[in-house]
Design a protein around this ligand. Structure first.
Ligand code: SIN
Ligand code: FE2
Length: 217
């Protein structure tokens, strides 16, 4: 169940939907720049290809990932962490595209977190059957900054729970262009993505992309 609807201040064509204190969905907020975001994802992936990483427990993730910005989130047998370089190429992660920075700053401000300047963006690629189990984003240095999450392509069911793993979990349908922001009292809330259903999206084909913009380093 989601919360009340409010009129967004200044964001033409989008609106805020509260998930919990500190967490909102901005429906369609990324639509005006969706094509530019997808083009930027392709540029990042040309330099730092999508790959399915290995969890510390030895399982290959079903979601393929890459990163851009000063730090990139990685997992391998040694654990979860941010690295300044891509372990696969040895090169620094590609620079954060301006269109990512601008959208993240604007969306965070509309959600009540002004002055957000992300330094890391994890780019997730889901194909039908991929899922992301319930987790907290807690590998960042400082939880004072929110997380800005942008959905592109095939729709997905996002799970949003509470601080404790056992807290009740809401299911939120996310479509192309939706942006979720969580911070403040919701910063360490659990979240995940249910198994992606097959489909065809005009902008991405049989794929969902998600950007999570963070202040990590
Ligand atoms: C994440 O938690 O890293 C991704 C969330 C999503 O794909 O919507
Ligand atoms: Fe996450």
């Amino acid at each position: 169940m989601t919360g009340d609807l409010f009129c967004a201040s200044g964001a033409v064509g989008s609106y805020l939907e509260a998930l919990s204190e500190g967490a909102v969905v901005l429906r369609g907020r990324a639509l005006p720049v969706a094509d530019a975001l997808l083009a930027a994802i392709r540029t990042v992936a040309d330099a730092a290809p999508f790959r399915r990483m290995i969890t510390p427990g030895g399982f290959e993730m079903s979601v393929a990932m890459t990163n851009c910005g000063g730090g990139g989130w990685v997992t391998d047998r040694k654990g979860y962490r941010y690295t300044p370089t891509d372990p696969q190429t040895g090169a620094p992660w590609p620079a954060m595209p301006g269109v990512f920075l601008d959208l993240a700053e604007a969306a965070a401000a509309e959600a009540g977190f002004p002055g957000f300047v992300p330094d890391a963006c994890l780019i997730n690629r889901y194909e039908p059957g991929a899922r992301l189990s319930l987790h907290q984003d807690k590998d960042e240095r400082d939880y004072a900054h929110p997380i800005v999450s942008v959905s592109l392509g095939l729709p997905a069911t996002f799970q949003f729970g509470g601080r404790k793993r056992a807290d009740s979990v809401s299911k939120v349908a996310l479509s192309h262009g939706d942006v979720v922001v969580w911070g403040g009292p919701a910063r360490l809330h659990h979240h995940g993505v249910l198994t992606l259903r097959d489909g065809e999206h005009p902008a991405t084909g049989r794929t969902r992309f998600n950007l999570t913009l963070r202040r990590a380093m």
